[in-house]
Design a protein around this ligand. Structure first.
Ligand code: PBG
Length: 321
């Protein structure tokens, strides 16, 4: 008789036939760095996640290294915002200084810099604004300038999350022209206009002041278009492509993984984290079990790397297995 249960008889057998495994080298931990001194500001909707001023970042970075996580994704929160997001490409901006600090103190840590204007603009949009319109081509030189500035600060990987058309090509060209031929681009290729970014916007002070992001981020209904976005970014010179968010888009992750041969990242975003933490705090779910199942699901869907606020916990739990 055909018995599927033979392969489930004990942990040794299950471990041997297991098709997907988590590896902490695949985890990327997002961090928020804020202007100011002696600040550790908890993000209310993301328990366990704080904004750190540069002088207090080491506490968190020490935990990152102790957990064995090898990559961080840095978001900066400037003191000053304006129409053109000028702090984004100020060589002495908070993000640049934070990255310089990290690379000097922990040279082995892989530093990924988010490239987007929304944390730096007074209107909170990811590009320049004219009336109600979010300008595309006029935004590209600013994103390129930001990428060069953060590469000069030491970022190993530049990660554009703005969803302007043509930004990967503009950033690649600017990096090459400025001697950063070896710095990588991780493109937020299929980034959907999602309600799951809510808690991040509290953490990064980046909610749009008017309207929404639907004219540049993707419609959640579209799977084929996600493939076209990924193909376009690969042609423009992306080294790594990304699908974001992860959980409501596992089918998109699978399809991109099947149809491309580039390293694929998935972003397990703030709202996905907040839901787990809230249910766990109420005692309604087993946090460790749920987190590991979610991360495994994202890997099984086809993502190679996972950007997740659970990274430090997950890395520690992997050690226990
Ligand atoms: C934009 C950006 C966002 C996130 C990462 N980069 C928010 C947005 O597009 O509004 C979301 C990350 C998360 O929700 O965890 N710079």
């Amino acid at each position: 008789m055909k018995r599927m249960r033979r392969l489930r008889v004990n942990e040794a057998v299950r471990g041997m036939v297991r098709e997907t495994r988590l590896d902490k080298r695949d985890l990327i931990y997002p961090m928020f760095v804020t202007e100011g001194e002696n600040l550790v500001n908890p993000v209310e909707s993301m328990p366990g996640i704080c904004q750190y001023s540069i002088d207090r970042m080491d506490e968190e970075l020490t935990r990152v290294l102790a957990a064995g996580v090898t990559a961080v994704l840095i978001f900066g929160i400037p003191a000053h915002k304006d129409e053109t997001g000028s702090e984004a490409y100020n060589d002495n901006g908070v993000t640049q200084r934070a990255i310089r600090h990290i690379k000097a103190a922990y040279p082995e840590l892989l530093v990924i810099a988010d490239i987007c204007l929304c944390e730096y603009t007074s209107h909170g949009h990811c590009g320049l604004v004219c009336g109600e319109e979010i300008l595309n081509d006029e935004t590209l030189p600013l994103l390129a300038k930001m990428a060069v500035s953060l590469a000069a600060a030491g970022a190993d990987i530049l990660a554009p999350s703005d969803m302007m058309d043509g930004r990967v090509a503009a950033i690649r060209e600017a990096l090459d022209q400025n001697g950063f031929q070896n710095r990588m681009i991780m493109a937020y290729s299929a980034k959907f206009a999602s309600g799951f970014y809510g808690p991040f916007r509290e953490a990064a002070h980046s909610a749009p002041g008017f309207g929404d992001r639907k004219t540049y981020q993707m419609d959640p209904a579209n799977r084929k278009e996600a493939i076209r976005e990924c193909m376009a970014d690969m042609e423009e010179g992306a080294d790594i492509i990304m699908v974001k968010p992860a959980l409501a888009y596992l089918d998109v992750i699978r399809e991109v993984a099947d149809r491309t041969d580039y390293p694929l990242a998935a972003y397990n975003v703030s709202g996905e984290y907040a839901m787990v933490k809230a249910a766990a705090a109420n005692g309604w779910i087993d946090e460790k079990r749920i987190v590991m199942e979610i991360l495994l699901g994202i890997r099984r869907a086809g993502a190679k790397m996972i950007i997740t606020y659970h990274a430090l916990d997950a890395a520690r739990w992997l050690d226990e297995e």
